[in-house]
Design a protein around this ligand. Sequence first.
Ligand code: 3PG
Length: 396
Amino acid sequence: MKIRTLKEIANLKGKKVLLRVDFNVPLKKNGDVQDDTRMVESLPTIKYLQKKGAKIIIVSHLGRPDGKVKEELRLTKVAKHLQKILKKQVKKVDESIGENVEKAISKLKDGQILMLENIRFHKEEETCEKNFTKKLASLADLYVNDAFGTAHRSHASTAGVAEYLKAYAGLLMEKEIKHLSPLLDKKIPRPLTMIFGGAKIDTKIGIIQNFLKKADYFLMGGALANTFLYAAGYNVGNSLYEKDKKDIAQKIMMECEKDKDKFVLPHDLIVASEISDKVATKNIPVEDVIGDMKILDIGKWSAEKFCNIITKSKTIIWNGPLGFCEFKPFQKGTEAVAKFLAKSKCTSIIGGGDTADSLKRLKINPEKFTHVSTGGGACIEFLSGEKLPGIEALRQ
Ligand code: 3PG
């Protein structure tokens, strides 16, 4: 795959660079950064641009504010955290376009950094609205995209601005493509097992469909599994699940029906009455979920079953924790499977900010896996052979 890369830019000195990063990082309750993996991974690009004397204008999203200003999703604390790990000043503005932003950019000296406000506070970001995209592009001379984690979105800052500015891949974007490309499509060693957890069912359901013919096993956990359990007719109590995805979930399960064990739902679960670090939990069969119980992790026997299937596999692609890993009582399923996978000899690709965060919480060395990607949805969409708008915009 031929893309234009940062190192091809002949002269960066004094150039204003619009740098799209994916600093959509897990946050603590007080808004501080919980896991900075995605930020650390983009440091080489930022440092390279600084060294070459560029004026760096950082753009990112944080969460899903749906086009509205949400105080808890401002990038102020993220900018502070960047300043801490970079050990260089990071200026921040509370807007993403407009006069104040232009003024702040005009004051930048070579090598200095300015972070714009959460770009998704503007609804025009996600619709890639033309005027907004043009205004954003007009802030800079060049565009560098290091946001592999958001490359599957066709938004103003991830793809649109490339219509108005010459676009290059950052070093992280280049690294992700380099690691994941050898696994594209037919080159994936089989049996291929997909492990899905977490909560973003809207992104993942399409990806599961893409992989129905390519993968040999699907192991389901997290809130995602609850939707499938509900669609399969189980009582999911007071758990998080998506009612409106019932039909598509049933269709997926029916398509897998003829192959025994192809689509594996947890047959036992960890339940509790509330989500906290101190709550009492029970490991019960799926049939025993009732009333206001919340399903918060896969059970011990399901984790064992997942590990048995990993033993039979040559490639594992894993996206999303299997339980609510922010809380200790619900980490065991993810921990058992991650530790087992870390010892296995198969090719293992782990994707997504929350999955990387879980590995960190569980103190599991990411180097035990073939590749830990900063992309969740982006990583598996890329591996399914889909063209990602953020990467297409960088093609030579
Ligand atoms: C992610 O966390 O997967 C990326 O930052 C993209 O976020 P999104 O699913 O809200 O577009």
